[in-house]
Design a protein around this ligand. Structure first.
Ligand SMILES: Cc1cc2nc3c(=O)[nH]c(=O)nc-3n(C[C@H](O)[C@H](O)[C@H](O)COP(=O)(O)OP(=O)(O)OC[C@H]3O[C@@H](n4cnc5c(N)ncnc54)[C@H](O)[C@@H]3O)c2cc1C
Length: 423
């Protein structure tokens, strides 16, 4: 992986391929010049004002193509979103590692920044301390994205659920309705693709008010003192406390599945903690609760068996989320089990964890390399519904879909990014 590979890719597109074919100017317009003549009346419709939809809208509008962005909230809510804001972060407030030299997600951040990403710009502007990670104040972040989208003269936001495909009269449509696509639209996608739903379960971690944490037991420190050195709150468990915690997790009351959900798998990168606890007594101690890179100032000579880390969740520093503690325990049992963690005995929860079924399509079979539906290339897909996972990845696919859609509007044939990029 090499920093700047995407920039090199754009450069090579222009110099090596498009210039000899006299197409340098329109490609420049798509990639490099933020605003160009709106020589066409064609507009792009985008369904879903999440991470992918907003990034796609921004990229297209910045290239001079009018965009209509459809978002169903607040008229119709999802099981996970809590506000009517565009680009709401439904769980963690982290965009993960920001290390562009040694981490693929960090490299993707940098490539997106260089492509004028709205999501990265808004994340950078709303950073909170998180060691080497890019974490954000979630309200500040989504507020910044929403303000930029609302203020852009090329973007019209329409609030309301879309249930019909193709959209009547639309030339190019990007479907970015996310893992929680409304059942009506999911049905339309199913009719169009002739596929059964593919799905997996994903879970949300709880958030705690900082003032309710006992700093006689907890302490501030980042693993290996990364970032400012004290970006996380740590709650230590000795061997006996850890054993009791694992037992409590296993015995706690869980949300049960409907019959039709029983065969749906979990997303392995975001397993509920109680599922990890079932996999082995030490799975959590080697996973999100690993005690490495930390020294407990209240008891410096004794290494804890495990540590629960909490990451800042808002700019004020009043809210902290339990890192890796996504869960499907029933709410009453979450409060009981998590208050057994040293330092959280009096924890007040701003939000408890939850479990959701995610929808995605069989992209390798249904889409071409430009994210277009093979059976109807006027329809593109973006974000998590394409089968990627995570805020950054979803926004990156939105960025590409926006640019592919613009190239379609201008009758160009834009190649996907090559292997040296973090694609
Ligand atoms: C419960 C849960 C927890 C997660 N936790 C994390 C995490 O901690 N870290 C991480 O990186 N990723 C996490 N993810 C994944 C993350 O949410 C997604 O990767 C990301 O938000 C997807 O971006 P998106 O734009 O594809 O979808 P979204 O951000 O969900 O946006 C889709 C938008 O489409 C709208 N919409 C849906 N149907 C319609 C319709 N019919 N008409 C109009 N609008 C519609 C929705 O209201 C929503 O605003 C989680 C996902 C879920 C479901």
């Amino acid at each position: 992986m090499k920093m700047g590979a995407l920039t090199e890719y754009y450069h090579s597109l222009i110099t090596d391929y498009y210039r000899p074919r006299k197409l340098a100017r329109p490609i420049l317009a798509i990639y490099l010049l933020p605003v160009m003549d709106t020589a066409t009346n064609a507009s792009i419709n985008i369904i879903g004002g999440g991470l992918a939809g907003c990034e796609a809208a921004w990229q297209a509008a910045e290239a001079g193509v009018p965009v209509v962005l459809h978002e169903m909230r607040p008229q119709r809510r999802t099981d996970a979103h809590q506000t009517d804001r565009l680009s709401e972060l439904v769980c963690s407030n982290s965009f993960r590692s920001d290390d562009h030299e040694f981490n693929a997600v960090g490299l993707l951040h940098e490539e997106m920044r260089r492509c004028g990403s709205l999501i990265l710009k808004s994340a950078d502007a709303n950073r909170v301390p998180a060691g080497g990670a890019l974490a954000v104040d979630r309200d500040g972040f989504s507020g910044a994205v929403q303000a930029a989208i609302n203020d852009h003269p090329g973007i019209t936001v329409v609030r309301g659920e879309v249930t019909e495909l193709p959209l009547p009269g639309a030339a190019t449509t990007i479907i970015a309705s996310g893992p929680l696509t409304s059942p009506g639209l999911a049905g339309a996608i199913r009719n169009l693709t002739g596929e059964d739903d593919l799905a997996f379960f994903d879970a949300i971690a709880p958030i705690v008010h900082r003032h309710s944490i006992d700093f006689g037991k907890a302490w501030f420190q980042s693993r290996y003192d990364k970032g400012d050195g004290n970006d996380y709150i740590n709650c230590p468990l000795d061997a006996e406390q850890y054993r009791a915690f694992i037992e409590a997790l296993k015995l706690a009351d869980k949300v049960s599945f409907h019959e039709w959900e029983a065969s749906t798998p979990y997303f392995e990168g975001c397993l509920p903690i109680e599922v990890m606890a079932e996999r082995g007594a030490d799975t959590l101690a080697f996973g999100p609760m690993k005690p490495v890179g930390l020294t407990n100032p209240h008891n410096p000579t004794q290494k804890p068996k495990a540590v629960v880390q909490l990451r800042q969740d808002n700019a004020l520093g009043t809210l902290f989320n339990l890192v890796g503690f996504q869960t499907k325990l029933r709410h009453g049992d979450q409060v009981r089990v998590f208050r057994a963690i040293p330092g959280l005995e009096r924890a007040e929860f701003a939000r408890l964890g939850g479990l959701h079924r995610n929808t995605f399509i069989n992209s390798p079979r249904l889409l071409d390399a430009g994210l277009r539906l093979k059976s109807d290339p006027s329809l593109l897909f973006a974000g998590q519904i394409t089968g990627c996972e995570g805020y950054v990845e979803s926004a990156a696919i939105g960025l590409l879909a926006g640019r592919f859609a613009v190239s379609d509007v201008f009758g160009l044939n834009l190649a996907p990014p090559p292997r040296p990029t973090s694609r």
